[in-house]
Design a binder for this molecule. Structure first.
Ligand code: EPS
Length: 388
């Protein structure tokens, strides 16, 4: 079964990730992983940090001649910015006056700063900021893209894109993963309709001028997932619950929806349930997909639709009120270099964690030591479902 852990601070030497449970025999496309890392760095509204970084992954275990071995896969991504922070973020040298400069004592509302300091007993909130920073999501993307490549070998494809930035909502279209991919590649906002680009660029520029930030909504579509992943038998085996937890576990997420989500709550059942259909060639399906591909915590063979609401970034250049943790004086919050919006990068992060959770469910359901065997097991299972 797939499991993973990441380590590393935002301005420390590097990010490290280890993922277990990836079958042996998967050919990894490192360029594809690096392309996703580059995409996560991009998008309109990013700050100056991304001019310094050039994220690319180094594989240090679990892979030989670009084929996975079935053993834990370990990855690293260098933080180039560490060269500017090597004294302050030195993991080994004891603290001195000169290497503890740039302390943070004025917590930013909405950031982990204050509560993290209280919980871990930190007098320099940098010790919180460094790990709570969304820099860590670079590694989740690298790990998630390995899972995306595994899913693609099982004919399961997915994509994350941006549905709303600030108050601007992009009208929805019923498109395949490939069509979504083609549409969002046309602009630097990962939105379906490039006609909105100028308006959104202006709103991001305005927010930046105002010292403010913007959030948004991300949508992930997963195609060709077989029915029956997850289970109704216990709350903690429901796959929609696991997905929601993983998505909410991404920095700044404040809401997760499956299918019509909150909108379904206000409609009569007749407009929400997806009527059942059967065809001798394609098997079971639903006439609509309001429930986003889930019934009873299990996939039902319709595309999975997962949405995530991201709050605006809490670091404001026009800071809000806070209280200095040392002097207890009312102050303006610390201003740190940051992004105006990170909704575009977050869409790749959400896609990546969704890929991990689906891959996790598949490798927990079928024998997955080896890719050929897993492919065969899934093929047989799909055939069996067709004959149900
Ligand atoms: C972040 C603050 C900024 C972002 C960072 C997340 O970093 P810095 O303080 O170094 O400018 O750029 O995101 C990344 C570094 C990244 O790679 O996504 C924060 O406080 O969460």
């Amino acid at each position: 079964m797939i499991n993973y852990v990441t380590a590393g601070e935002s301005h420390g030497p590097q990010l490290t990730g280890i993922i277990t449970g990836i079958p042996a025999g998967l050919k990894l496309d490192i360029k594809e992983i690096n392309d996703a890392l580059a995409a996560r760095q991009g998008g309109f509204g990013r700050g100056d940090r991304q001019k310094i970084e050039h994220d690319s992954v180094e594989i240090t275990g679990g892979v030989r001649h670009d084929i996975t071995l079935g053993s834990p896969i370990s990855l690293t991504i260098q933080n180039r910015d560490y060269s500017h922070w090597s004294q302050i973020m030195d993991p080994i040298s004891p603290a001195t006056q000169s290497n503890t400069l740039r302390q943070i004592t004025r917590p930013r509302p909405g950031h982990a700063d204050l509560v993290g300091g209280m919980k871990y007993g930190q007098s320099d909130l940098r010790n919180v900021l460094e790990r709570s920073s969304a820099r860590e999501t670079a590694m989740r993307v690298a790990l998630g893209q390995i899972c995306k490549q595994l899913l693609s070998q099982l004919d399961i494809n997915l994509i994350g894109y941006v549905q709303q930035i600030g108050a601007t909502k992009i009208p929805e279209q019923d498109l395949s993963v490939q069509e979504i991919n083609n549409a969002i590649e046309q602009n630097d906002l990962r939105i379906l309709d490039s006609n909105f680009v100028e308006q959104i660029h202006n709103s991001i520029l305005q927010a930046k001028k105002d010292g403010d930030t913007l959030g948004g909504v991300i949508k992930v579509v997963v195609e060709n997932v077989p029915a029956g992943l997850g289970s109704y038998i216990s709350w903690n085996t429901k796959l929609d619950g696991q997905l929601a937890g993983a998505v909410m576990g991404i920095n700044a997420m404040k809401g997760v929806e499956i299918g019509d989500g909150f909108a379904a709550a206000g409609k009569p059942g007749s407009q929400v349930m997806d009527e059942i259909d059967w065809n001798p060639n394609t098997g079971w399906s639903r006439l609509t997909n309001h429930l986003g591909g889930f019934e009873g915590g299990m996939t039902n063979s319709m595309p999975l639709i997962i949405k995530a609401a991201m709050k605006p970034i809490p670091t404001l250049y026009k800071p809000l009120q806070t209280v200095d943790i040392k002097t207890k004086e009312k102050q303006k919050a610390q201003v740190e270099r940051s992004d105006t919006t990170a909704i575009v990068p977050a869409s790749i992060v959400v896609e990546s964690v969704v890929a991990i959770e689906i891959a996790k469910a598949i490798t927990a359901t079928f024998e997955a030591s080896n890719l050929d065997r897993l492919q065969k097991a899934l093929h047989d299972y799909r055939k069996e479902l067709l004959q149900y």
